[in-house]
Design a protein around this ligand. Structure first.
Ligand code: TXA
Ligand code: MG
Length: 343
């Protein structure tokens, strides 16, 4: 299959809409990451998405809508908490799990009776959904297991020959996937951290939100590496990443000691001059939003440079930092060391 790359202008948007109406799949930009979109109502179309991505079929797709009129077509009821969250954060990087409508295919939801719904704020995504009138199932547009794509070039690298059209909307403004929250029970559950934080949602709902234990591996005190959970390696570049917890002094000493051929540092902007290894930066230390925006493209850059072993500076676990930490700890297959400062 020949894959065409088109700008997200009116002509590109019209091409995407035409293909989607004909049951084809198209890679589209959103404010979080690029997605592979297709008609969520059609099981045959959803199967094409899973095939293009090489994704296990037991992992459900988020359904993307353009306005509130579309919501009753994709869910069977709108819980009170969902109304409040949608009101506060849509359009934007928040996915809300609600009871599924029979209109949405069972393939899209991997047989669950719930569906994740999101209203993207990206203008190109919005135009494609609105003009097609189709609720679009869309996972991130990476090959399964690779870092999510934050540019059309990243999508092309993974998807060339696997789908007919990629719409280029530029670099994604947010850079990590949406926050996912379930409101199926009285106590909402945070399933994936993102730009919309737990604290912001608790403020809107005026009640506590449970954090799914899968989000962050609990870390014991001490300085030994812990490296369980290889099976949870996601978002993974080819290099072996280890997160080194500690300030820049600790980190620089650690990199000095462990440097060598193929060793790179994934660090914050401004750290470079302190480090003996070649560096890729991912945002400033005090700017978790900037870190989120850069992380996935930084992981892909490490691959392009042939990095084999990577030591990464550790983001904070607060607010948007939790989303960054959650992606990075998976890219590192849960390898995290607490290095001590040298006396
Ligand atoms: O920002 C995003 O959410 C991007 C863009 C393209 O919108 N999409 C995305 O999709 O990240 P994907 O498929 O890579 O991740 C969807 C996540 C998965 O972890 C999936 O398990 C979860 O959402 N999910 C989807 N539907 C669900 C449901 N009914 N119940 C629980 N989790 C669900
Ligand atoms: Mg994904």
């Amino acid at each position: 299959m020949k894959t065409i790359l088109q700008k997200g202008d009116p002509q590109g948007i019209a091409m995407a809409v035409e293909l989607l109406k004909n049951g084809e799949i198209v890679a589209i930009p959103t404010e979080t990451v690029y997605g592979i979109a297709g008609d969520a109502r059609r099981g045959d179309v959803v199967k094409k998405i899973f095939e293009a991505k090489g994704r296990p079929q037991d992992n459900p797709l988020i359904v993307h809508i353009s306005d509130m009129d579309m919501l009753p077509r994709v869910v069977s009821s709108v819980p009170e908490d969902a109304k409040k969250l949608a009101d506060a954060f849509w359009p934007g990087p928040l996915t809300i799990i609600m009871p599924k409508s029979p209109n949405i295919s069972k393939e899209n939801c991997a047989g669950l009776d719930s569906v994740g719904v999101r209203m993207p704020s990206d203008p190109v995504a919005h135009a494609i959904i609105a003009q097609s009138g189709i609720p679009l199932g869309a996972p991130s547009a990476n090959l399964s297991g690779k870092p999510s794509p934050t540019s059309a070039e990243d999508v092309f690298a993974d998807m060339d020959g696997r789908l007919p059209l990629i719409i280029d909307g530029g670099i994604c403004a947010r850079g990590v996937e949406s926050t996912v929250i379930s409101v199926l029970e009285d106590t909402p559950v945070l399933l994936r951290p993102g730009f919309v934080t737990k604290e912001e949602m608790e403020y809107v709902l005026q009640k506590p939100i449970l954090v799914s234990s899968a989000i962050v591996d609990k870390l014991p005190e001490g300085e030994q590496p812990r490296s369980p959970g290889m099976k949870y390696k996601h978002y993974a570049p080819k290099a072996n990443i280890t997160i080194v917890e500690g300030d820049i002094d600790v980190f620089a000493a650690y990199v000095d000691e462990h440097g060598g051929d193929g060793v790179w540092a994934l660090c914050f902007c401004g750290d470079e001059e302190r480090l003996s290894a070649p560096c890729i930066t991912y945002g400033r230390e005090d700017d978790p939003a900037g870190q989120a925006q850069r992380l996935f493209s930084a992981l892909r850059e490490l691959d392009k440079n042939g990095a084999q072993t990577v030591y990464a500076r550790c983001p904070s676990r607060d607010g948007i930092g939790l989303a960054v930490f959650n992606r990075l700890i998976r890219a590192a297959a849960f390898r995290l060391v607490q290095a001590d400062a040298k006396p």
